[in-house]
Design a protein around this ligand. Structure first.
Ligand code: ATP
Ligand code: MG
Ligand code: MG
Ligand code: MG
Length: 574
């Protein structure tokens, strides 16, 4: 590719509205442009990377025995009514009507459509097991689209669905998918961890998520340093102010206790419905030492912000006025509103396991320091003790605690969920009556698994893990181009042009994707762009080196430069 025939669209300045590095770099490197909230156009460089990720996913899925299909993005309401999810889904499911006034939705996932297909096409046990996948655009009207393609509304997903007649058979495919996912993320060159995941929301028995480790990750994942134990503490949705809340799962509860509780724990303690808990305020020891001293009984203040119930002496109408703790200028103001005089903060001072809410939506929540029982709020110095919620705080809380499997210590890291595998069981096949004739000639409902990969999210996750001050550092497998050719003052030198063109033809013929920067730009501009878009290998063609039949090679990741003989280039890079 010659840059003169390409749409490079690089930007020097860091876009003001992009919070995390991957979003900034994807904009600056000319990979994406925002069309509307959570919706992006992929520019040529973005598409090249997207297709690479897609292809690796496709290859590994195919290798693991899955077969590719392609379903429509628009789905009829009837199927969702049949599964019962038409009423259960909140506004994340974008619904609309066609010209005949029929209801439709933009597909956020495809369990219904695939189960409908399979119940029609598959009639005998002889056709099972079957694992069908697609790589397709999804739409979820996310409450808070953010971080570019990381949490978009329209995004690319690989979703697979498997059909079986026995749990053993499902387990086999599940294991194959687990392995395929490991292969995918290894090939992508990502530092990732599979973790046990919450099965609450969809139902089902077994689930793993695959997380790319990165400080900007929205999920907190708990590891044991002494065993393979790893689990996701996904509380973002559970504590979010509106919408459906997934029930905490068995695995969650295991990780959760004794120091990590769920919104359900709080609800139970307050004797209110989950949905009435709209906002929580974290209270725990201010320092690592304090945390250790009080590690088993971390204090939490939960403010119930909605609902018309009475919470001890606190009047409902007072609670209704509490919009957000952030709105209070001082402790006194909050106290006044709650009618809680000095020393009488009892009604809102409830001892429960701490809620770990790692969602970005709650980053602004307060963590209040206090190191004596019953000393919360009364002893708080608003300016000194109220800090932003940080993962480090949670780490302090759990520090010293054994992992649920009893081996090693529990450690919390941040992760980006890039894949999710799930044993669905008969949830959808029952609802849609998807069965086949089994070996005994009897009609039997199939059991299902589903397997998702966030193809577009992977790009952002890869950048979070691979960048420096100058830009992106692509893992070779997903780089938009492998090699950049940067000729010095080509427009003044026929010799440079000829040498670069010859090299370009050679490398292209050898199967490399080569970016030939033939712009009339200063060398500095070219270097900066090539580093920004993260091409792994670059070759500078200059007059002086050409005298010795040499060019300068630079490795983007190591930064190392060396002079190479032109005749050796192809074989060295191969
Ligand atoms: P999250 O917890 O981040 O909201 P999810 O659990 O809702 O994700 P799944 O239903 O498991 O997502 O979908 C499979 C995969 O699709 C996820 O593992 C993730 O990589 C990707 N994905 C989900 N939502 C989005 C989104 N809004 N933007 C980009 N990728 C997404
Ligand atoms: Mg989600
Ligand atoms: Mg999730
Ligand atoms: Mg998931």
């Amino acid at each position: 590719m010659r840059s003169s025939q390409y749409l490079l669209s690089t930007v020097k300045e860091t876009p003001a509205d992009a919070e995390i590095i991957s979003h900034q770099l994807m904009l600056r490197a000319g990979m994406i442009r925002r069309v509307a909230s959570g919706m992006y156009t992929y520019l040529p460089t973005g598409v090249r990377v997207l297709r690479k990720v897609e292809q690796i996913v496709r290859e590994e899925m195919t290798k693991a025995g899955a077969i590719e299909v392609l379903m429509p993005m628009v789905q009829p309401a009837e199927l969702w009514q049949e599964s019962g999810r038409w009423d259960k889904m909140d506004a994340e499911l974008l619904r609309f009507k066609d010209r005949h006034n029929r209801d439709f939705a933009l597909g956020p996932t495809h369990e219904e459509v695939i189960t409908d297909l399979v119940r029609r096409e598959v009639t005998s046990y002889k056709q099972l097991p079957l694992n069908l996948f697609q790589i397709q655009t999804k739409f979820r009207d996310e409450r808070r689209p953010r971080f570019g393609v990381m949490r978009a509304r329209e995004f690319l997903m690989k979703d697979a669905y498997s059909f079986h007649l026995s749990q053993e058979c499902l387990q086999k495919t599940y294991d194959a998918m687990y392995q395929a996912y490991c292969n995918i993320f290894n090939r992508l060159g990502l530092n990732f961890r599979p973790v046990l995941a919450d099965t609450g929301a969809i139902g089902g028995s077994m689930s793993h998520e695959f997380h790319v480790l990165a400080a900007s990750g929205e999920d907190a994942i708990a590891f044991s340093d002494g065993s393979d134990y790893a689990a996701n503490i996904e509380m973002a949705e559970a504590i979010a102010p509106t919408g459906e809340r997934p029930a905490p799962s068995q695995q969650m509860a295991e990780v959760a206790t004794p120091n990590v509780g769920t919104v359900a724990d709080v609800a139970q303690l307050l004797n209110v419905d989950n949905s009435q808990i709209a906002k929580t305020l974290f209270v725990h020891a201010a320092t690592a030492d304090d945390a250790k001293n009080t590690s088993k009984t971390v204090q939490l203040i939960a403010l119930v912000l909605r609902g018309d119930h009475e919470l001890n002496e606190i009047k409902a109408e007072k609670l209704a006025q509490v919009k957000s703790p952030l709105e209070f200028a001082s402790e006194q103001e909050l106290r006044d509103l709650l009618n809680a005089g000095a020393g009488s903060v009892g009604p809102v001072n409830i001892q429960v396991p701490v809620i770990v809410d790692h969602s970005a939506a709650h980053l602004a929540d307060f963590v209040v320091g206090a190191n004596k029982d019953g000393y919360h709020l009364t002893g708080v110095n608003w300016d000194r003790d109220i800090t932003k919620y940080q993962v480090a705080d949670i780490r302090n809380i759990v520090a010293g605690d054994a992992s649920p499997c009893g081996k090693g210590k529990l450690e919390i890291k941040r992760g980006i969920e890039v894949g999710h595998i799930f044993q669905l069981g008969e949830t959808y096949s029952q609802a849609l009556k998807a069965g086949v004739l089994n070996e005994a000639g009897k009609h039997q409902i199939m059991t299902m698994g589903c397997y998702g990969v966030g193809v577009s999210r992977i790009i952002a996750a890869a950048i979070e893990q691979n960048h420096d001050d100058y830009g992106i550092i692509w893992p070779d497998a997903i780089a938009p181009f492998q090699i950049a050719l940067i000729p010095m003052n080509m427009h003044k030198s026929v010799r440079i042009e000829e040498a670069t063109t010859a090299l370009y033809n050679q490398l292209t013929a050898a199967g490399f994707e080569v970016f030939f920067d033939d712009r009339k730009e200063r060398p500095g501009v070219m270097f900066a762009d090539i580093e920004l878009i993260g091409i792994p290998h670059s070759i500078v063609i200059g007059e002086r080196n050409l005298d010795n039949q040499e060019v300068e090679y630079k490795n983007r990741r190591s930064g190392e430069k060396e002079l190479l003989n032109i005749a050796d280039i192809v074989s060295i890079l191969q």
